[in-house]
Design a protein around this ligand. Sequence first.
Ligand code: HEC
Length: 114
Amino acid sequence: MKIARAAFLLLCSLTFAASAFAAPDDAMIERGHIVYQKWCFPCHGTGSGKPGTVSLAARGQKPAVLEERADLTAAMIKTFVRHGVLYMPMFRKTEISDAELDAIAAYLTRNNKQ
Ligand code: HEC
């Protein structure tokens, strides 16, 4: 009985550890792409008149399109999304859940050097 319980607890903690520390996989990056298209692309996409891209370009940021960058960190992305900046609104968890934000971060950091 005791051994079965210990084995069960071990299995639970291993499953938890695996899910908590798993590297972003393709499915998560793809999910992040979909969420990004909905909430971020209108301001940060390519093409003329995207206010986030225009603003970052004016600031001298190269590339100005977020999806082309390789220097963004997950922590930085999450801070901007939860707090906003200039006329970028903050996004609540009811709009973008923590899991969706993790997925956006995985998508936008996919080009970073490991
Ligand atoms: C209403 C337009 C708008 C929307 C929607 C928007 N942003 Fe922004 N974002 C901006 C503006 C404007 C800035 C500030 C640019 C500057 O500093 O000149 C910015 C800045 C940022 C920055 C900081 C970049 C840097 O190098 O300083 C990040 C990261 C970012 N946004 C991520 C996101 C993500 C992820 C989403 C979607 C969840 C999003 N933004 C949605 C307008 C927007």
